[in-house]
Design a protein around this ligand. Sequence first.
Ligand code: HEM
Length: 228
Amino acid sequence: MSISRTTPGPVRQDDVTVWDPLIRVGHWLLVIAFATSYLSGEEEAGGPDQLHVISGYVLGAVLIVRIVWGFVGSEHARFRDFVYGPVGSARYLFNLARGRSRRYLGHSPAGGLMVLALLACLTGTVATGLVAYGELGHGPLAGMVATRPPAAPPNGHNAGSPEGAGSPESAGGEAESLAAELHGTLANVTLGLIVLHLLGVAGASLAHRENLVAAMIHGRKRRDRDGH
Ligand code: HEM
């Protein structure tokens, strides 16, 4: 765990590589894949858009690699570098609220909590998406979960089918499965976390007078004079 004092004044600034290439490429792939999945998530008659499915698979692959990297990766990629427990995180947030947050080379305790929350919600979103897709008879879980007919669109294209005629579904479409409902909810919770994530990145960048977005691109941060 690397900690350094908050020293807003000019200190000797030699750079140190904090984010390895896998973290950086993985991060921006997550951004692209999540945006693509979210924007193509509107269910069509017969199942999800192919773009939604493919970007969901990309998200899943990036998440698996990132989680494994959290155990075997570079110093600041490892979970043990940024998981501080409730007391450490609460102390950090308390100091942050008083404008006295310390600067961390890797993720701060609050940043670390957000990383865990984002990874957990993204994993839940992908997992429930796989189950919902399996229920439609597609994807790696097809045949392993009970099959359901695709949800009809709200204008009720299935209403003319023999099963749909006169049934409650014919008015509003087949009810979503629990997995599909959870999938949508988790995607929206993730979006909320992303908004907080961006506010946190902007706040920490301002508080410590450094460009954290640039650091996530080139991987480097300044090392303070005391070596942290
Ligand atoms: C354009 C939008 C985004 C920007 C500018 C951005 C920026 C950043 C920055 C600067 C960090 C490092 C924070 C630190 O120094 O502690 C970070 C970490 C992270 N961000 Fe984002 N982020 C964006 C969108 C997203 C999205 C959409 C997701 C999820 C889908 C996401 C997930 C993460 C994760 C998981 C980390 C931890 C990186 C790691 O340790 O692997 N970010 N982000």
